[in-house]
Design a protein around this ligand. Sequence first.
Ligand code: ZN
Length: 274
Amino acid sequence: MKLITLILITLSILACTNKKAQNTNSEPQDTTIISSDSTNNSQLSTFNFQLSKEVLLGKFNPAEDTNYVVIPDHMSTYKGLYCHREAFNAYLAMRDSALREGITLTIISATRTFDRQLQIWNRKWNSFKTRDTRHETRDTRHETRDVRLSTDIEKVRSIMRYSSMPGTSRHHWGTDIDFISAETDYWTHGEGLRIYKWLCANAHKFGFFQPYTDDPARTGYAEERWHWSYAPLSKPYLEAYRQKITAKDITGFSGSYLVDSLGIIQSHVFGITE
Ligand SMILES: [Zn+2]
């Protein structure tokens, strides 16, 4: 009898916890409740949020999700960008602080869905000229396959110096923001360098860090001085990604068959400076 009572209490607690979950895109059988308190940052809000595979892979519509807000036009280069609400509030505080020193942190990218990343991926993938294999191999099936493999690997490696495969981008989460310019040169001198130095000295006060630094021990993308991540959210997202997503989940585009053999999740999703 005691055991039945215990089971009933446990079930009612679980039902209650699921009701509190914020995200409408989640499937009940595929949920993790993560408290952002666990990152130990005093700026954290205390709400719990629920992260499904779909949300982690960017397969949702931020326009229909109350966790996301539209970035006002005057703060961004493009209209209709979305950001996770909590990351956006932190951005507003950082923006104000930067403005007082004559720095305008204009947003050039924030949330990008799987479909948006797919468009970017396809455009880059299709921009490669198809290699003429007629003179490179004798016409055996085996060699043709090997050549295709080497060219596909080359394409993946080239695109992934700066761009993500659909399903592997931190931009899917709305926790990461690109500022001002995605041109490497902009950030190395003059005004760009001054802004970068300001971000290095101050962004952490607002919860932001630079995941893609010049640390030689890091794998994955090249250094991105424009890309800043709101840690109180993105750390739990990354942890949920670690628990839930495997190479099998990254499908549906040219080159996706290489995710596992190239170790893309390990090198690029986890190849960050924390
Ligand atoms: Zn970025």
